[in-house]
Design a protein around this ligand. Structure first.
Ligand code: SF4
Ligand code: SF4
Length: 403
């Protein structure tokens, strides 16, 4: 691309350049370190096989899935439903819940029904020569932000995170992040907290398909990748950690310095030459060791207390790590059991996380203390969060999902 055209696009994307610089400054001020290896590498205990997506708990509910027979039987016995997505009996819902359910159904639709192919890749004679990976990465981040991304990070695609049998030949993954509406998520478990989740899914699909189309238009291959339960292509958690979005947290999610775990992510893979970002380290493991909020307030005991362990509890977890294993089968069962009242739990584990706070000076100071303070201070911050936000031990009677 000639210098003049570069200047034109750079000028047009100045607001996004400013957003990027603000984000970089934010991480520097917090003392977030860039590291050569993702911090989960410390906890790898054995070979990591590419995961068979039929073992994904969401996919086990499909009637023809050979791994899910027992799960489907117990799911039906406990919930009365074949699938957590079975239609809700609207007439049995309270008016307030009908409003919430209508909202979440509206927020869900785009993500649920929109499975576009990328636009055709521009043939070689029309290709735009983009030979500077650093400049390309900056451009891609700014364009994704223009489309609505709140954070964008780039990594080389580690094929271990591509589900077994899925072929993704691209070298890079662009990880797009958007955050949940905090006021909606705070209602968990409720239809409105489910809305906060599905709204991010829909926005992510919109942003990633636009970004993929843009790259294809330049003459490079690109495709948004499915991560959801009925058609997943990649494991999003390690991919986002590799890209430096955040670190692995107790509830099995990625915890970022900006959003905590109050966010969703989706990738675009591509062969456009890019400069990958580095993974980051800011003490998430130590903080989660001082905090068990997500485990305490999860209504189904799906999140473990204490230290990480080596043995995966179910076939839905991939071995090879010492980690906090989350029981997704329990989430699903709970979601379906509570259909008359709540479409899903909607992420109570997200709502109660102390990192789920706005980026204002007070909370930024607390963030800094949470990263750099000694263990007693971390515990004090967790206690302070519990008191300040009136956390209650239980949402109602804890649901017994023990096998
Ligand atoms: S989504 Fe709900 S049920 Fe699942 S782990 Fe989080 S709090 Fe527990
Ligand atoms: S609630 Fe506490 S333990 Fe759970 S992810 Fe957040 S910081 Fe970690």
């Amino acid at each position: 691309m000639c210098r003049l055209e570069m200047k034109k696009i750079e000028k047009a994307l100045q607001p996004q350049e400013r957003m990027l610089r603000t984000q970089e400054r934010f991480r520097r001020r917090l003392g977030v370190k860039e590291v050569d290896q993702p911090t989960y590498c410390r906890y790898i205990t054995g070979p990591i096989e590419r995961f068979d997506r039929k073992r994904n708990a969401f996919m086990c509910l499909n009637p023809d899935n050979p791994y899910g027979e027992e799960f489907r039987r117990s799911f039906k016995a406990r919930t009365g439903h074949d699938h957590w997505r079975d239609p809700l009996p609207y007439k049995e819902l309270d008016t307030e819940d009908r409003i919430g359910q209508s909202l979440s159904a509206a927020g869900w639709r785009l993500c649920n029904e929109y499975f576009p192919k990328a636009l055709p890749v521009t043939p070689p004679e029309g290709k735009v020569e983009l030979s500077d990976p650093k400049w390309n990465s900056r451009l891609i981040k700014k364009v994704a932000m223009f489309f609505g991304a709140e954070l964008v990070r780039i990594t080389e695609l580690d094929q271990r995170w591509v589900y077994k049998g899925i072929n993704i030949p691209h070298k890079y993954a662009i990880v797009v992040v958007v955050s949940h509406a905090r006021s909606m998520n705070a209602t968990a478990p409720d239809h409105l907290s489910w809305l906060s989740a599905v709204d991010t899914y829909s926005r992510l699909k919109f942003i990633t398909t636009q970004l993929a189309d843009f790259i294809c238009g330049l003459g490079y291959e690109a495709m948004y990748r499915e991560t959801l339960g009925w058609n997943p292509e990649v494991l999003m958690v390690p991919l986002a950690i590799d890209a430096g979005v955040g670190e692995f947290a107790r509830n099995g999610r990625v915890l970022s310095p900006e959003f905590g775990i109050n966010m969703r992510t989706k990738p675009v893979t591509t062969d456009l030459p890019l400069e990958p970002d580095k993974p980051i380290s800011f003490g998430t493991h130590d903080f989660c060791m001082s905090c068990e909020h997500c485990a305490i307030y999860c209504p189904t005991n799906a999140i473990p207390f204490g230290e990480p362990t080596e043995k995966p509890p179910t076939i839905h977890n991939n071995p090879g790590f010492r980690k906090w294993w989350v029981r997704a089968d329990r989430c699903l069962t709970f979601w379906a059991m509570n259909k008359k009242k709540w479409l899903s739990c909607g992420g109570r584990c997200i709502a109660v996380c102390p990192w789920n706070k706005p980026r204002v000076p007070f909370h930024n100071t607390v963030r800094w203390l949470a990263i750099h303070g000694p263990k007693p201070l971390k515990k004090f911050l967790v206690w302070g969060d519990k008191v300040a936000y009136h956390r209650k031990k239980s949402i109602k009677k804890r649901v017994n999902l023990e096998d």
